[in-house]
Design a protein around this ligand. Structure first.
Ligand SMILES: [Mg+2]
Length: 284
């Protein structure tokens, strides 16, 4: 279960995990003389890169010659809402599990989103079993309607052309990951589902993938549509982070905090190609 927003199922404003606007986007592309690519090169990565080329010049020629890009060797993707179009009606599922009143109360207390899996894990066994059955029922509907996100196949082709690794971390179940691989003919490895504990936003799954690849977390980018799960996971692991925000739902000052702010933000997967080529040394 990956808890994405389902924009064609319910308005973002009604989704428990939807109120995630990234606020006051600061486009640092001028620093590197790149064209607007709908990416946000935010404070942490800017800080990193300033170490790489401390004497930034306004001259494009001297800038390009002096520019040392950070190395990127692999990308790790969230699945639901990032590689696939979200189809699960999360508000409905949350209400079924929590009841309408409790759901409303928890939404107010947790504007960044309710960690329903973490909540359920603290419940007595009969209640937990019932809740997981509700989740399984909604996930089954999601599997039946699973669709690939536009640009995902092309992005994988681009990564293959650069011989970059690609992994996957989802809070959905392994069955959903297996179906994704079978249905769309593209594979991610390692691909960790919620059977891997602890799950996102804990950095453990991302660190596990880095260890499996034998590369450092700061040579990896975490890409996902959830600030609460994907961006926080990536930042805790020390990886670069890229938020896929198709609807601008994160454009709010309350999410412009250091712990939630991604290094990059795109509105479509297609925007990741130029982002990678402009800002990184892509190394197999
Ligand atoms: Mg997601």
């Amino acid at each position: 279960m990956d808890w994405p927003v389902a924009p064609h199922v319910a308005p973002a404003s009604t989704n428990a995990l939807s109120p995630f606007p990234l606020s006051n986007p600061r486009d640092f592309s001028w620093v590197f003389g790149v064209m607007p690519i709908q990416s946000l090169f935010l404070s942490r990565s800017l800080h990193r890169l300033r170490f790489s080329f401390p004497k930034l010049s306004t001259s494009s020629s001297s800038m390009s010659s002096a520019r040392h890009k950070p190395r990127l060797r692999g990308l790790v993707f969230d699945m639901d809402g990032t590689l696939t179009i979200p189809v699960i009606d999360f508000p409905s599922m949350y209400r079924s599990i929590l009841g309408s009143d409790e759901y409303s109360r928890l939404r107010k207390e947790n504007p960044a989103g309710i960690d329903i899996l973490g909540l359920i894990d603290g419940w007595p066994e009969p209640d937990r079993r019932r809740a997981y059955q509700v989740i399984a029922d909604h996930e089954k509907i999601g599997l039946d309607r699973l669709q690939i996100m536009p640009g995902a196949v092309e992005l994988c082709g681009f990564l293959d052309s650069k011989r970059l690794r690609r992994g996957l971390i989802t809070r959905n179940v392994q069955e959903a990951v297996d179906l994704f691989h079978r249905r769309f003919g593209i594979t991610f490895s390692p691909a960790l589902s919620r059977e891997f504990r602890p799950y996102k936003p804990d950095p453990a799954p991302l660190l596990h993938i880095c260890s499996n690849w034998n590369i450092q977390p700061n040579e990896v980018m975490m890409v996902g549509d959830s600030v609460k799960d994907d961006i926080v996971c990536g930042k805790r692991a020390g990886a670069f982070t890229c938020l896929l925000d198709q609807t601008g739902r994160y454009n709010s000052p309350e999410y412009n905090t250091e712990d939630l702010r991604p290094d990059f933000k795109v509105s479509r997967l297609d925007d990741i190609f130029p982002l990678l080529e402009d800002n990184f040394d892509l190394v197999p």
